[in-house]
Design a protein around this ligand. Sequence first.
Ligand code: THU
Length: 130
Amino acid sequence: MTEHELVQMALAAREQAYAPYSNFRVGAALLCSDGNVYTGCNIENASYPCGICAERTAAAKAISEGHTAFEALAVVGSSQKICTPCGLCRQFLFEFAPGLKVLCAAADGSYKVYCLSDLLKGAFGGKSMP
Ligand code: THU
């Protein structure tokens, strides 16, 4: 699985987005250490806070199938600006993979690579827990 392929999977997952309120469609693809890939899209709701981001959809699918070791995540939104995970998703993912490689893609498939711990400086959790 190349970085390019993971981004392409995120782009494909974006097709399933349910985003009638924001019209901002997002797709994510999460590569697990065992080679499995779980994809996700954002799913909005008339009661706005009920919505879930693409990244957490993908992570919840993986975790609920017993896969909690994450290698890389690709995320793509609907604009030519790269899409970076929101704060909630950063914290959610940090729980399982502080060193996660995050491929933040633009709609044309170009992307920048970040490390999750750089995106969430001074994160709560992990070694700071009692
Ligand atoms: N969204 C994601 O799915 N992932 C992100 O990284 C940023 C935001 C979703 C949430 C909401 O459905 C829409 O994009 C607009 O914020």
